[in-house]
Design a protein around this ligand. Structure first.
Ligand SMILES: [Zn+2]
Length: 409
């Protein structure tokens, strides 16, 4: 399966990685293995005024042209500023050095904001003069976390944690579960008015959009109307928009085999991981069911390797997703008339494709008439949306404190 991915590498094997520093043409020898070329990261970073730091557990911090990347031995991706970038081949340790595919320098680093340009025609990597200066200063400075694009005019040595430093506006992806020919679960209010999951999720999501925008965030909606979006496309939308958070809104349904199914009520928040309990498996199965509504055309044409990489990518965000899920539960506890059913974990297809902290919120049970009434009322939806927006904002504040970037949000 690896060959599939390597076949799409834009870069043919080459003998060396050539680059220009201070107007002079230099080269670092490359080693070709399979269909990929590798170079010693220390050699390239050194020549460009960057550095490679060894971290515990075969991980590395590579600072290059003003941008810091985390890489790991035998891992085909790089993480920078909370974003994940795929490599055409896994990074590897060899004779005490870190070898990276040439594509990391020619494609990934420039995309991540490193001041480098790959001149494909002449096959040379060209750093901007400022990048070399930045890189040199980065030798003594802590890893630069703020993307340079955020403030190109700022001096490179400005402390990254300065609270006044403007950061990129945070992007939150809001996903209203189900839609179109997939109604999701069906339930009833006490007066026998039917409720459909797809209407509740859209109602809450649209309110959530407003609540988040009011708090200064940029919001991307996976859908704003009654349409069906394929599960994996929802994650792709999130990735394309470079979202910082992914929040999927759903409505729960009691298992008819429970002793008193109509009495079950309350809210729970999931993050992506293997389902551990029977109940978690039930919810995952129910939410993954939608796949049967997706036609051939909607269906993803993913290869197994893509899935493995997604799996690894998501692991990077497990702890963050768990933390976000805790925030959501905490905020809902303050406003929801039903009980908290806690933070749970299960394997949701919708979350697999999102390369960012991602949660799925079951805002209540449509099979319980009180929950159904609350969730389908405008006031209830407003309340739920406000609490989820608070949770996102609390989570992001904690996150920014942890990674030491002053976010203007
Ligand atoms: Zn659902």
């Amino acid at each position: 399966m690896l060959s599939l991915l390597l076949a799409v590498a834009s870069l043919a094997p080459a003998d060396s990685l050539r680059f220009v520093v201070s107007g002079r043409d230099s080269a670092v020898p490359a080693r070709t293995e399979g269909q990929s070329s590798f170079v010693v990261a220390q050699a390239v970073a050194g020549a460009l005024g960057g550095q490679v730091q060894r971290l515990p557990n075969h991980r590395y911090l590579v600072t290059l042209a003003g941008v810091a990347f985390e890489l790991a031995d035998r891992t085909p991706y790089a993480v920078s500023d909370g974003r994940l970038y795929s490599l055409v081949a896994a990074a590897r340790e060899r004779d005490g050095a870190l070898e990276l595919p040439v594509q990391f320098f020619t494609d990934v680093a420039p995309r991540a904001g490193a001041r480098l340009r790959w001149d494909a025609a002449r096959r040379r990597l060209i750093p901007s003069a400022a990048a070399v200066a930045r890189g040199t200063r980065a030798r003594t400075a802590p890893p630069v976390e703020t993307p340079p694009a955020a403030n190109p005019a700022a001096p490179a040595a400005a402390p990254p944690a300065a609270p006044s430093r403007p950061a990129r506006r945070r992007v939150i992806v809001v996903d209203a579960g189900h839609g179109g020919r997939d109604p999701g679960m069906r339930g009833w209010r006490a007066d026998q008015t039917p409720v459909r999951e797809k209407d509740i999720t859209l109602g809450v999501a649209l309110q959530l959009e407003q609540e988040l925008e009011r708090r200064g965030y940029a919001v991307i909606m996976t859908r704003r109307t009654d349409t069906l979006i394929a599960l994996t496309d929802r994650g792709r939308i999130a990735n394309r928009s470079k979202g910082d958070l992914f929040i999927s809104v759903h409505v729960n349904a009691a298992n008819p085999n429970w002793k008193n199914p109509r009495a079950a009520r309350g809210f729970e928040t999931y993050f992506l991981a293997e389902a551990k309990t029977e109940d978690e498996r039930r919810v995952a199965q129910m939410e993954n069911e939608v796949v049967r509504f997706e036609t051939e055309a909607d269906a993803p044409k993913d290869d197994p390797l893509g899935f493995i990489i997604n799996d690894m990518a998501q692991n990077e965000h497990l702890r963050e997703s768990n933390d976000l899920a805790e925030s959501v539960q905490h905020a809902l506890r303050r406003v929801h008339p039903g009980p908290s059913r806690g933070v749970k974990q299960a394997g949701f297809l919708v979350l697999v494709k999102a390369y960012m902290p991602a949660v799925l919120v079951e805002v209540g049970f449509g099979t319980n008439s009180s929950d159904a009434a609350f969730m389908s009322s405008r006031a209830g939806q407003q309340t739920l949306a406000g609490a989820i927006a608070d949770a996102a904002s609390e989570y992001l504040a904690r996150y920014e404190q942890r990674v030491g970037i002053g976010g203007s949000r």
